[in-house]
Design a protein around this ligand. Structure first.
Ligand code: NAP
Ligand code: ZN
Ligand code: ZN
Length: 347
């Protein structure tokens, strides 16, 4: 077994603290790499604190990993020692269901999540990227460009693909008006992709202080959602809304901002259910939809698109010992716009 060290939560209220554990030996199709940076996703916080009700402890979170290959199995074809690689939310899947065959591994009913899940043997727990190394089947390892700033690439592995995928699926682009609700880790990537795809992008935020940043990110408009007048000005305005909000909020309020046939795409995953009035959908034949990360082929496509168009995340690099404070700040929407752990600080 390979010795690993990381930060783990021991239960819903423990917070994160140092923890030693083991990973499997490198098999014939496996890639081992040293994790250099790991992004901090709000999903980590939801799961560490047991908010989604499916938490397995001890939990080593982290599903935005980038690093350098240190060892490959003797059948590995895609990677060699020294390659820059990444891993997102998935480390394996069944390979046989319709979703797997279509490259939509995120919808595999038996997929192995990077943490808070199990390997395909259904009994070995998976541990994520708040740690110094990992062993992953080569099919679930992604190639990362040498051209981009590596710590700022890490968030692409979840925040990036989660916003890229729905915008591609609904073919959001030139001539469309896109509203991005919530300017956090996902939201700021949604703005960058929306702009790159040619849409007119409006940020809808609870934080008036994020206006300048939103415009710098390329957004064309900024709406403070607590300001009724500003909200009225964009009633019936958007073709698409990308909703990245992590906490309970009123979907009906945002549905009024859509044009007829508009689509409200949920990617934010609040822990509590919401009430939807059917009138919010009926009036204007509107759709309320959802999207989950992205499959392996599309994740590689997104990374290559980012390398070509020089797109990375806006980050604040943190020492791993400050992770609990970072969670508290994330809850206050005080992150500009993604915390990334410098794994070199894990001693
Ligand atoms: P984040 O960085 O904390 O950003 C969330 C943003 O939502 C905040 O910055 C804030 O933006 C806004 N917000 C927070 N509380 C709000 C409230 N009560 N009402 C309205 N707006 C509020 O989080 P993230 O990492 O981007 O993740 C966002 C959500 O997506 C989380 O629930 C996460 O679990 C989920 N997620 C889903 C997927 C998927 O595949 N579907 C993948 C990754 C994450 P403003 O300050 O601009 O208002
Ligand atoms: Zn995530
Ligand atoms: Zn499958």
């Amino acid at each position: 077994m390979i010795k690993s060290k990381g930060y783990a939560a021991q239960n819903e209220t423990s917070g994160l603290s140092p923890w030693n554990f083991e990973r499997r030996e490198v098999g014939p199709h496996d890639v081992q790499f040293d994790i250099l940076y790991c992004g901090v996703c709000h999903s980590d916080l939801h799961q560490v604190r047991g908010e989604w009700g499916n938490s397995i402890y001890p939990m080593v979170p982290g599903h935005e990993l980038v690093g350098k290959v240190t060892k490959v199995g003797n059948h590995v074809k895609k990677y060699i020692e020294g390659d820059l690689v990444g891993v997102g939310c998935l480390v394996d899947s069944c390979r046989t269901c319709d979703s797997c065959k279509e490259g939509l591994e995120q919808f595999c009913p038996n997929g192995s999540m990077t943490y808070n899940g199990f390997e395909q043997d259904k009994k070995t727990p998976t541990y994520g990227g708040y740690s110094n190394n990992i062993v992953v089947h080569e099919d679930f390892v992604l190639r990362v460009s040498e051209k981009l700033n590596l710590p700022a690439v890490a968030p692409l592995l979840c925040a990036g693909i989660t916003t890229y995928s729905p915008l591609r699926y609904w073919k959001v682009g030139k001539g469309h008006k896109l509203g991005v609700v919530g300017l956090g880790g996902l939201g700021h990537m949604g703005v960058k992709f929306g702009v790159a795809f040619g849409a007119e992008v409006t940020v809808l935020s609870t934080s008036a202080s994020k206006r300048d940043d939103a415009l710098k990110l390329g957004a064309h408009k900024f709406v403070v959602t607590k300001d009724e007048k500003q909200m009225q000005e964009v009633a019936g305005y958007f073709d698409f809304i990308l909703d990245t909000v992590s906490a309970e909020h009123n979907y009906n309020q945002y549905l009024t901002l859509l044009r007829p046939n508009g689509v409200h795409i949920c990617v934010g995953a609040p822990a509590t259910p919401s009430q939807i009035f059917s009138f919010s959908l009926i009036m204007g034949r509107k759709s309320l939809a959802g999207s989950l990360i992205g499959g392996l082929p599309e994740t590689q496509e997104m990374l290559d698109f980012c390398a070509e168009h020089n797109i990375v995340s806006e980050i604040e690099l943190i020492d791993i010992k400050d992770i609990n404070t970072a969670y508290d700040r994330m809850l206050k929407s005080d992150v500009r716009y993604r915390f990334v752990i410098d794994i070199a600080t894990l001693k």
